[in-house]
Design a protein around this ligand. Sequence first.
Ligand code: HDE
Length: 681
Amino acid sequence: MKESSKGNSKDKQLEQYRVVDKGTKMTTNQGLKVSEDEFSLKAGVRGPTLMEDFHFREKVTHFDHERIPERVVHARGYAAHGEFELYESMKEFTKAGFLQDPGTKTPVFVRYSNVAGSSGSSDTVRDIRGFATKFYTEEGNYDLVGNNVPVFFIQDAIKFPDLIHAVKPEPHNEIPQASTAHDTFWDFVANNQESAHTVMWQMSDRSIPKSWRMMEGFGVHTFRFVNDKGKSRFVKFHWKPVLGVHSLVWDEAQKISGKDADYQRRDLWESIEIGHFVEYEFGVQMIEEEDEFKFDFDVLDATKIWPEEIVPVKIIGKMTLNRNVDNVFAETEQVAFHPGNVVPGIDFTNDPLLQGRLFSYLDTQLIRLGGPNFAEIPINRPVCPFHNNQRNGYSRQTINVGKVSYHNNSLANNTPATSTAKEGGFVHYQEKVEGRVIQARSDSFKDHFSQARLFWNSMSPPEKKHIIEAFSFEVGKVKNRSVRQQVVNMFVNVDKEMATIIADNIGVKRPTGEQSSVTASSPALSQENTNSYPYTLKVGVLIGNGFDAAEVKSTVNALTNAGVVVNLISEILGTVRSADNVKGNITETFLTSSPVLYDALYVVGGTANNQAKFNKDVEDFIEEAYMHYKPIGIAKSGTSFFEASEAKAGPGIIFAVDNPNFDKSFIKAIAKQRFWKRDIY
Ligand code: HDE
């Protein structure tokens, strides 16, 4: 671990709680040294175990209670520490302390998650990803609990339990795990048409991100910035990954689930361990209060984006994740996020989805973390002092000294004292609210298809193809014909051709409705327009004995210099030798690895003990990478291996033969990641 990455105030606070057991003597929880940890206490060597064995009872009792309830949603997750640095002062817009002075660094903790699956499910399922950030500011913890998709399925929090019941495995047989490809989810979609826009995102490549390091994050709701003069503006928050937005292809995602269910957490862990820190820029979109009604969407509706071309994203800082956790349970599992954790200068709006979340998160922590004292768990403690009159409850750790635990008081000089706004006290924004008590939704929330169509219009041809394939897979898994029909009848509102192709694929009648008349598009929504770098991508080198050391070394060096991670793959672990006896270190075999775990292949070829099997393995790797549109670089000695495979020369296939620019072209191809123009089927 890099020394520098243990330096911020949160890291220092956590340091006090770290316990290193290595090199110590074993004791009970009471501190008594243990003399025997192999055999329980028995009456005779073949006799019954005795109740008296307090060490056995303590050990097993603790074990019996090791689990806590997993999160009801977002159960599968993984996290890392880091820092947020402000580029430019936001003083004009917000009084939030951590957004005032350029260069201010704030410790952060980020937990990524999948929504639907249980904690043991696979990383690469099709799902929206959670992207929750806790900023440990000097004014208290600020939590931005967002997703990698900017919109949500529903408009009012009262429908959240319904949505989640429909998404989760069906209750009669608890199938399928971590998948929306089943009857109840699509029945929910078709009968709750406000989900249309988010479902389009979910059927797009966004829901199979290649890496958490390569996906955007969104606050989703409209929040408020409030400045020191009390002026408020509407704001939406964005995380933009420096490496750009990249996705898996569906066949690859499914195969990775089997080959490495921990694919995304491993990617995050390993990247941070080798110093490939994870970076996102932080952006804000702002709308003046007086412009609230100037748009063709309601700013309070969480099923709508503010197209970046209409409301630009202002980049104001950068987050870098640079330290893995010490203990996943203590940190990642026990972290408690809450959209209601705000600081002065950031406030809420009347978005009915946000309003409901403000209740739900505190409530869920009470059951998950076993009582009201979870803020005292090290990962949840703010870095600034915290004092109030809350007392007692399960697992209270603070020893509050003195007899006063009420307000107002005279015995403690009326402390802990409240603070005015000037002194940093949080004062809720004084929005004027009027209305009748009513259970209804504003008409301005009722357009469900315009932005779903905007999203469709913004997609490139390969992205559109993937969306159609995703629908055809997901709805194709729905057994109930009426539900399948209802889904295409709904999505014809987005695009007639799309819905017609899906209808044909899933064996229902072509829909008769008409698509939305929106013709606008938002180029920012297409992944085609994203950043692409070779940095941190992974290349598998398929190599046997007898390779040309000079050629391979030069390419591997060029790749490494570009920040590419290179693994040598062969028939067995150990070493391979070049024609002139230079050694190569084999870290994976054809059996332990798979082309789906690499971004590109470098085919060197060579000789092996079982040449026929080696040749077949190399060909299989080439064919699979080819089918997933990945770049393949072919060393001179690799040409015959490539030619023996079913893959064809064309986009993203770079040969070293007669190519003085091989390294450069290969690195460029690696950065591009996918070659959709490949003739596959
Ligand atoms: Fe959540 N959500 N949510 N959610 N959510 C939870 O809190 C809830 C919503 C999000 O890594 C739960 O601690 C309601 C939108 C993330 O620990 C729970 C509604 C967005 C995480 C809960 C929503 C999110 C959660 C479950 C409808 C994107 C994981 C465990 C109004 C902006 C945080 C927990 C982590 C977790 C409730 C909708 C993001 C039950 C009622 C919209 C990233 O409290």
